[in-house]
Write a protein that binds this ligand. Structure first.
Ligand code: ASP
Ligand code: MG
Length: 410
């Protein structure tokens, strides 16, 4: 068994869905499970519709309706068209509710965005069926995806590890090709949750790991993970092998490859993650696994990535040197305001840290000023060099030399 994941742009319209079907067809002997995102920018469109209902009391889903109904029509899927109409009716009622009470809780928001994936799998499964595959659409929560109730950022519960294979493996045995919604789950109260934006990658790796699949393929429109952002670095090349840790760091520090949390399930089981290009099927793509086979031959630097619009906070203790509890106090202030810290550098009396979202730091500053002087600098960038830690002195020496030559203060 393998898991194949296709993101929003891969299922954005009828011709892209046909293209996906072509790729799936070549791998039927490997018993694939498909995981799909919402079509195109549907998730964003749903959030916009929610905003309109909330702020202006208007219910407007024309673009969502048009995309899905036209796709089903183009692909000649009358039964799916009916299913879509039913779901769109439910969506309209939900938006009417939001428009009426002018309230949008995180729980309702998750229920609302879940329509994107629920619509896309029904269209795709119906298309695969229409061209002869034994496909069936599933909402992830029918297949054991159970999460906590941390709406919009839910975490899957341990039970999912047993429930998912319990539900999916019999389908595979019965020669069914499951087409599963990425991104969504249900909590123990039965409410729909989501795993965070871009969470479909995690849905796919979770299925693969829990079912001990041979591999999980994440299909993109680039040749795998690249050595750098091709929009900035013209001669960026695909990386053929990379470890889970390296891939997670890359994702976390700004490379738009996989959801940073997506590596976690496969790290536990050692399930390989393959990043492939749906527009260049022959290209080997990137293989992510525990130890990369080519580690010895690999160049010291695997990839470079950058993150922009970073906020740097310099905190200098105003207390005596060596005072205990300073760091604990600093971090507890950030925790209190729910601010996630990115990187940290410390000395005896000072801490510098970075935040990757624009937070309003007025209150934080006020609290911190009780024990420290604080300076906030916005518009900074983080450049991350992912490579062989054993050669870090050499890598850093060369990097700093270059920064000096081009006049960038580090
Ligand atoms: N559709 C969701 C999003 O746009 C999940 C995903 O694409 O992975 O964030
Ligand atoms: Mg998406």
């Amino acid at each position: 068994m393998i898991v194949m994941k296709f993101g929003g742009s891969s299922v954005a319209n009828a011709s892209r869905i046909r293209h996906v079907a072509g790729i799936v067809k070549t791998q039927l002997s490997k018993k694939p499970v498909l995981v799909l995102s919402a079509m195109g920018d549907t998730t964003d469109h749903l959030l916009e519709a929610a905003k309109l209902a909330l702020e202006q009391g208007k219910v407007e889903i024309k673009n969502i309706e048009k995309l899905h109904l036209e796709t089903a029509k183009t692909l000649k899927l009358p039964a799916a068209q009916k299913e879509i109409t039913v779901l769109l009716g439910e969506l309209t009622r939900l938006l009417s509710g939001i428009a009426l009470i002018r309230e949008l809780t995180p729980r309702t928001k998750d229920y609302l965005v879940s329509f994107g994936e629920r619509l896309s799998v029904r269209i795709a499964a119906a298309h695969l069926k229409s061209i002869g595959m034994n496909s069936r659409a599933f909402d992830a929560f029918e297949l054991g995806f159970i999460s906590d109730s941390n709406y919009t950022q839910a975490e899957l519960l341990k039970e999912s590890w047993d429930l998912i294979p319990e539900k999916i493996l019999p389908q595979i045995k019965g020669n069914v090709l499951p087409v599963v919604t990425g991104f969504i789950a249900k909590d123990q109260k039965g409410s729909i949750t989501t795993l965070g934006r871009g969470g479909s990658d995690l849905s796919a790796t979770m299925i693969a790991a829990a079912c001990r699949a041979e591999e999980v393929q994440v299909w993109k429109d680039v040749d795998g993970i690249l050595t750098a952002d091709p929009r900035i670095v013209k001669n960026a090349r695909p990386v053929q092998h990379i470890t889970y840790d390296e891939a997670a760091e890359l994702a976390y520090f700004g490379a738009q490859v996989l959801h940073p949390r997506a590596m976690q399930p496969c790290m536990k089981t050692g399930t390989p993650v393959l990043v492939k290009n749906s527009y260049n099927i022959e290209a080997p793509g990137t293989r992510i696994e525990q130890t990369s086979a080519s580690a010895k031959k690999a160049p010291p630097v695997r990839a470079i990535t950058s993150k922009h619009k970073v906020t740097l906070v310099d905190i200098v203790s105003t207390r005596m040197l060596g005072q205990h509890g300073f760091l604990a106090e600093v971090f507890s202030v950030f925790a209190k305001f729910g601010i996630s810290i990115d990187m940290v550098a410390t000395s005896e009396v000072s801490v510098s840290l970075t935040l990757d979202t624009a937070y309003d730091l007025a209150e934080v500053k006020k609290e911190l000023n009780k024990v420290a002087s604080v300076e906030v600098k916005t518009g900074k960038a983080i450049v991350s060099i992912i490579g062989n830690v054993k050669r870090s002195s050499e890598i850093l020496a060369r990097t700093f030399k270059i920064c000096q030559l081009i006049g960038i203060p580090v």
